[in-house]
Design a protein around this ligand. Structure first.
Ligand code: BV8
Ligand code: ZN
Length: 243
């Protein structure tokens, strides 16, 4: 690993444009369970069953119990060394006039707490609530939520401000993520199983545009075959050594 880490570190020091995609794995060491790893997210439900508009329409209270539980976990969590290393990389690249974009599939807000600035949140933000009636959006960090499911002043149901399966990604965030992937000299994929689309497609966009790809993950991913560097292990341990 030392040799691979060394050549990636040097490449990052020369790079003028870097894009990063993170997934649930970067928050695992903060105590937030991942979607597909061991200790799966919740009782015997799979995210695909709960993170959908259909599940919410059928049983808003059950879906909110899941999100309220996750909000409680996240409220107690700290950004870990992996989040902090990425915030440091962004500052280092800004100092040499380079471009850095952090694209995340995570909704936990830990990259914000770690000090990252240019963050594209493809799947929304667990601390945002959106009214299914009037569309009003509000930031709410109350844990636990008093009434489940929460209601808007208009009487409509409030839902988590996240992107569920079958829902489109926010256009602006997606567009900026694609552009950053196209311009990247180096694309880092960190802590993602790379099975959820269109987010996982950013690796293809970057490679097709000529980027070199580095994968930092605890287990193999479908993009390892395209990767120029593969660092297997915990992001909280690898990233501080890398950056
Ligand atoms: C859309 C937000 C269209 C909510 C989430 C069939 C084939 C292909 C695609 C599809 C298909 N059927 C349907 C689709 C599309 C679907 C999809 O991709 N499904 C997959 C499951 C097959 N995608 C969608 O529906 C998307 N929308 O396509 O809309 C459209 C267009 C126009 C108009 C209308 C519709 C929306 C997808 C977004 C869903 N929302 N989350 C919430 O969080 O509650 S997805 C959810 O999974 C999370 O966001 C998460 O980010 C995402 C992916 O998971 P990962 O982040 O990768 O996490 P995971 O647990 O999987 O992996 C963690 C990795 O970390 C592991 O590899 C592990 O080894 C590693 N790890 C663990 N610990 C560590 C570590 N690595 C390093 N260090 C550690 N310590
Ligand atoms: Zn409303």
């Amino acid at each position: 690993m030392g040799e691979i880490l060394e050549t990636l570190r040097e490449a990052l020091q020369q790079a003028k444009s870097v894009a990063v995609l993170t997934g649930a794995g970067i928050s695992a060491e903060s105590g937030i369970p991942t979607f597909r790893g061991p200790g799966g997210l919740w009782r015997n439900y799979s995210p695909q069953e709960l993170a959908t508009p259909e599940a919410f329409a059928r049983d808003p209270r059950l879906v909110w119990e899941w999100y309220d539980w996750r909000r409680g976990l996240i409220a107690k969590a700290q950004a870990n060394a992996g989040h902090l290393a990425l915030a440091g990389l962004e500052r280092q690249i800004a100092q040499v006039g380079g471009r850095f974009t952090l694209v995340t599939q995570n909704v936990d807000g830990l990259h914000d707490r770690a000090g990252s600035r240019n963050i594209r949140k493809l799947h929304g933000d667990i601390w945002l609530l959106r009214c299914v009636g009037c569309g009003r959006e509000e930031r709410n960090e109350q844990v636990p939520l008093t009434a489940l499911p929460p209601r808007c002043t208009c009487g409509g149901l409030l839902r988590p401000g996240v992107v569920w399966f079958g829902e489109p990604l926010p256009l602006e965030e997606w567009g900026r993520a694609v552009q950053a992937s196209r311009n990247a000299e180096i694309f880092l994929a960190i802590g993602t199983s790379a099975v959820v689309y269109p987010a996982a497609g950013l690796m293809e966009v970057a490679k097709e545009a000529g980027a070199r790809l580095a994968v930092v993950n605890a287990e193999p991913t479908p993009f390892d075959a395209d990767a120029d560097w593969i660092l297997t292990g915990r992001a909280g341990e690898i990233l501080p050594r890398l950056l």
